[in-house]
Design a protein around this ligand. Sequence first.
Ligand SMILES: *[C@@H]1O[C@H](CO)[C@@H](O)[C@H](O)[C@H]1NC(C)=O
Ligand SMILES: *[C@@H]1O[C@H](CO)[C@@H](O)[C@H](O)[C@H]1NC(C)=O
Ligand SMILES: *[C@@H]1O[C@H](CO)[C@@H](O)[C@H](O)[C@H]1NC(C)=O
Length: 348
Amino acid sequence: MRMRMRRMVIASVAAMLLLAVAAAADPGAPPRPHPRAKLQSELVESLPGLRANEDVVLSALPHEYLEDHRLPSCFDWRDTSLEEGEGRASYVTKDLNQHVPQYCGSCWAHGALSALADRVKIARRGAWPDINYSIQALLNCGRDVAGSCHGGNALGVYQYVHDFGIPGETCQHYKARDEVCDDFHTCRNCAPPPPPQGHDCWAVPRSNYTSHYVAEYGRVRGERKMMKEIFARGPIACEIDSDPLDDYEKGVLIPEEGYEPHVNHIISVAGWGVDEEDGTPYWIVRNSWGTYWGESGWFKIKRGDNALLIEENCYWAVPEPNESWSAGLQFASSCGLPRVAALGVTKF
Ligand SMILES: *[C@@H]1O[C@H](CO)[C@@H](O)[C@H](O)[C@H]1NC(C)=O
Ligand SMILES: *[C@@H]1O[C@H](CO)[C@@H](O)[C@H](O)[C@H]1NC(C)=O
Ligand SMILES: *[C@@H]1O[C@H](CO)[C@@H](O)[C@H](O)[C@H]1NC(C)=O
């Protein structure tokens, strides 16, 4: 018996809202190779707090100052150097899985916050530690602005983080469910003994943890503008039709001719390239379905003709520098000795 499932979220592109819709799974059907539950029933959520027509732009946009010829033919934030002559390194943050410990349609939070965390890493030039955002705190408190486990919107994520800030992941780990918004569901701590004897948990006051903000945010669309935004400032979040990703394994995804895409997912785009064998230009994209999916959690898709609508609705944000960015580093050793110097030749 073949499992008939269709996915979540339709987008009203004009309103920039992602709405949730879906079909039921056959009970008793065997799991697919990359199991992902889908949303149930015709569930529609709006985002009354979203300022859908507002971008907050304070500085010049990359497409206003970067000329086409400055763009390299390939570029990948997973493997690049920030300065001429500097060693190559990864400036992307950890891969995520929105579907554990249970199914949650929170692609919008994962795609937008992964791109933002990468941008902090780039701004901090890869210094320890990576900043990880609390997706659960956003799920709990961003429901009217950004979304829920039933779909959401990347612009709303950046609006929320701009207006209210977001704590780090150690305040509130991902539980893949919609909870209430209060101090306890934003940042908490607990004391022994462990359950079932102990239930001693409390809200950590706001002055005890850092909230991270963005200074500006907005939309970008079209191949060239996306490339310039990514190249100048870091990864971006984009809407996409994820149905053809169900069967993706590796290589450059090229949608079938005549395929009619509809937006139902959000991912982050972190670079581009050109296929060495057949010359197909592609995007380098991070998904949030775990590293056992695709190319270690990532995929490539044809670039330049709006494949699966990936070049239509993308979003960027510029993180606001905070002294807490260096707060962690002050505890790192100041030894600063390069490993190669200590061990002689170390090559991987
Ligand atoms: C963020 O996650 C990465 C990967 O798990 C980890 O190395 C890093 O220390 C984390 N950062 C913080 C501040 O917890
Ligand atoms: C908040 O920080 C203060 C000062 O470091 C500390 O005394 C207090 O116990 C902390 N409160 C909580 C709830 O963690
Ligand atoms: C850094 O974050 C803290 C806590 O959220 C905030 O009080 C402070 O104003 C921020 N500092 C800067 C320089 O943005």
